[in-house]
Design a protein around this ligand. Structure first.
Ligand code: PHE
Length: 372
């Protein structure tokens, strides 16, 4: 990454039980879609840069090339993620070994950048999460983190305490960003929880008839500032998912398209043109296949999705639980419907049947469930 190539054997370790990184994930490391100026994610990134450059000339330092392999300390401990938080589980996060993960958020870089003395920064990068499969979820996506530190001089004359001052500035800054991206839209702030901010807020905008969550944000926990050389300061932080916003701004119907090298996709976007509406070049029909099995105690939907993705790659559009029951003996059966569809061509029956057969075999052998 950033010219440094990460070797497969440093990330994929099949016989290490503390590693759960498959080849499908390894193959995405270093692609850095957010650094392509003609890609929807790069166009969105640059538009957000423009907003910060215009509003705070020369103040925000940008990092879009930090290595996605980080320590569990960076990803979790440094941002106060509790020891028992679900995001630490092997079911939710890709572990390279017990001490190293593929970052699951750009917040993993807050502490190191603070320690390096930065007070205004943006971090853009690929982030990795084990998840279920549908048109808006993909195990690799992109986030932008924003962070701003204030010193006592900044708020002393305001009549507010540091926290209130930072929260007010945060809201003003992010409402300005949303307007820059979406135009004049209705907005609302929703209270929420993050381990690293307090208070914490989500910004939602009313867009095309729905409330859309734009970002998570809040006033940084004092402990993070104190541990990283900024005692007596306050700060705000936000994190936003680039795909989620790019999908609505460019009318992109499926998150897999961001990874497409098909000219019919890539040629529709050009540098500086935010919101050019994507024209679907084809709509091939999906093909549905159902499979039922008795689950065991270790079964999780994320593990199932990893198996399906390992075989079908980007040809799988959705994996959906359509039936779930427990019999008198206490055995639980799940029926999943898998939708196969290529964004680029029509699939043959034979190809789909082969994939489905392989999925069944691997589900049986890897997840050790009993097919019905
Ligand atoms: N890291 C959070 C997430 O991934 C987003 C966030 C960043 C929230 C910074 C608050 C402050 O969901």
């Amino acid at each position: 990454v950033g010219g440094v190539k990460i070797a497969r054997e440093d990330v994929v370790k099949e016989d290490d039980p503390t590693n759960n990184v498959p080849d499908t994930i390894y193959s995405k490391i270093g692609i850095q879609l957010h650094r392509r100026d003609n890609h929807p994610l790069g166009i969105l990134k640059n538009t957000i840069y423009d907003y910060f450059d215009k509003s705070f000339p020369g103040q925000f330092v940008k990092f879009d090339d930090l290595c996605p392999l980080v320590s569990t300390k960076q990803n979790f401990d440094d941002v106060l993620v509790p020891a028992d938080h679900v995001s630490r589980s092997y079911n939710d996060t890709y572990y390279v070994d017990s001490q190293t993960v593929l970052r699951c958020h750009t917040s993993a870089h807050q502490a190191e950048l603070l320690r390096e003395g930065h007070t205004h920064f943006l971090v853009i990068g690929d982030v990795y999460r084990r998840d279920s499969i549908d048109s808006t979820h993909y195990p690799v996506f992109h986030q932008m983190e924003g962070f701003r530190v204030f010193s006592p001089d900044d708020w002393s004359g305001s009549g507010m305490d540091g926290t209130a001052y930072a929260a007010t500035d945060l809201k003003k800054t992010l409402e300005g960003l949303a307007t820059h991206l979406f135009g004049a839209v209705e907005m609302r702030w929703v209270d929420t929880y993050f381990p690293f901010t307090n208070p914490s807020f989500e910004l939602e905008i009313y867009f095309q008839g729905d409330w859309l969550e734009v970002l998570g944000s809040g006033v940084t926990e004092q402990e993070i500032l104190k541990s990283n050389g900024r005692t007596d300061h306050v700060a705000w932080a936000f994190g936003l998912g680039l795909e989620r916003l790019a999908m609505v701004l460019f009318d992109i119907p499926d998150i897999r398209l961001f990874w497409s090298n098909d000219q019919r996709f890539t040629s529709q976007f050009s540098k500086g043109k935010l919101g050019a509406k994507f024209k679907p070049f084809s709509k091939f029909p999906p093909c549905y296949k159902d499979m039922s099995f008795w689950i065991n105690d270790e079964f999780t939907e994320n593990n199932l999705c990893e198996v399906v993705r390992g075989i079908a790659g980007d040809l799988v559009e959705e994996v959906k639980l359509i039936d779930n029951f427990t019999n008198k003996k206490g055995m639980t059966s799940h029926c999943y419907r898998i939708a196969y569809r290529s964004m680029e061509r029509s699939l043959t029956d034979e190809e789909i049947n082969d994939m489905q057969w392989n999925v069944r075999e691997e589900v049986k052998s890897k997840l050790r469930v009993e097919l019905r």
